[in-house]
Write a new protein. Structure first.
Length: 337
């Protein structure tokens, strides 16, 4: 019985999967198995994997008809034999200490059900500045509290970097298929169910950003799909945690902010006001909701605020503004963009 099972969904990845597998075979922890699922590839992926399996008994190859990444990932999880299950993507690379460090975290912290790590951005920081900025942001979220309180901003734990306990997936289910990002849905579902997440404070994986990456090309990974995925979870969180439920105050009043925040209305959430600093917007009434200058935001005990402004620097500016007013993250306000 291996200590760790690494699950590797593969589809038409002959150009990158060899590097990914080599990075795993070079791990300092050698008590693991690699479950590589070939999702009906039409290139030489199957041949590459078969050669690795021939040379190293830790590599097991499972072939299925093409069904997409969710089917491949869940097949790998079902085939995994170890108590700890790690995820890896075929275009990424594990640094040598990854499996050992994450397994050690789970050994030392029986309360933790899902372990991540800091990741190194493997793309071009100039041409892919937004993605690089996102990676940098995820690397600041290391403990359960910061991961949990920021989970409605974006995906706080890169999916290819996770390792989790077998009992977590048995209790709360594997990836689900639909018109939403399956990895984000899994994390939101597990956190909502009480799974504790934490990260190793070390860079243990290279997260590459090729133009063929699925998250860049499939409609279920668009920004709008992420908002659809998280809104129901956010609404349930507000019902449990907002003292002013169902009323919230929205930081931001632009069209994009309103479009995304408006998804909450389908869940019975009521908007008291929008807040902005743009004099061209302040004073207007939008669908019955007034736009107020943010200097007039109520006292913390009288309001719960959601920040829906996601432009670079704005999130930090709003956090500083609210904290100066006595707002406590998670008690009086939450970022949602």
């Amino acid at each position: 019985m291996p200590r760790v099972s690494v699950t590797l969904p593969c589809y038409n990845c002959e150009a990158t999967v060899g590097r990914a597998v080599q990075s795993l075979l070079a791990q300092t922890l050698d008590d693991f198995e690699l479950v590589a699922v070939d999702d009906g590839s039409t290139d030489e992926t199957a041949a590459v994997l078969s050669e690795f399996a021939r040379r190293d008994e830790r590599v097991r190859v499972v072939t299925i008809p093409h069904g997409g990444v969710v089917a491949a990932a869940n097949t790998a999880i079902a085939e995994a034999r170890a108590p700890y299950i790690a995820r890896m993507d075929a275009d990424d690379e594990a640094l040598p200490e990854r499996l050992a460090a994450q397994a050690a975290l789970l050994d030392e912290r029986p309360d933790v059900g899902l372990a991540g790590c800091r990741v190194r951005f493997g793309g071009c920081r100039e041409s892919c500045a937004g993605y690089a900025h996102y990676v940098d942001w995820t690397n600041t979220l290391l403990d359960h509290e910061s991961i949990s309180l920021n989970r409605f901003v974006e995906f706080p734990v890169p999916n290819p970097s996770i390792m989790f306990r077998r009992e977590s997936v048995e209790a709360y289910g594997p990836y689900r298929d639909g018109d939403f990002p399956e990895d984000y849905d899994l994390l939101l579902r597990w956190l909502e169910s009480g799974v504790v997440a934490a990260k190793v404070d070390a860079e243990l994986m290279i997260w590459n950003d090729p133009p063929t990456r699925l998250s860049r090309n499939h409609p279920k990974y668009t920004v709008e799909a992420f908002y659809r995925a998280k809104t129901g979870y956010l609404a349930r969180w507000l019902e449990q945690s907002n003292p002013q439920h169902p009323e919230v105050h929205i930081l931001g009043s632009g069209r994009t902010t309103r479009k995304r925040a408006d998804l909450l209305k389908d869940h019975g959430i009521r908007f008291a006001a929008y807040y902005d600093v743009d004099p061209k917007k302040v004073g207007h009434v939008v669908n019955g909701v007034p736009v107020v200058h943010r200097e007039h935001v109520p006292a913390p005990e009288d309001a719960f605020c959601l920040s829906y402004v996601g432009s670079r620097g704005a999130r930090e500016d709003i956090a500083a503004f609210l904290e100066a007013r006595g707002y406590i993250l998670g008690r009086h306000w939450l970022p949602a963009a």
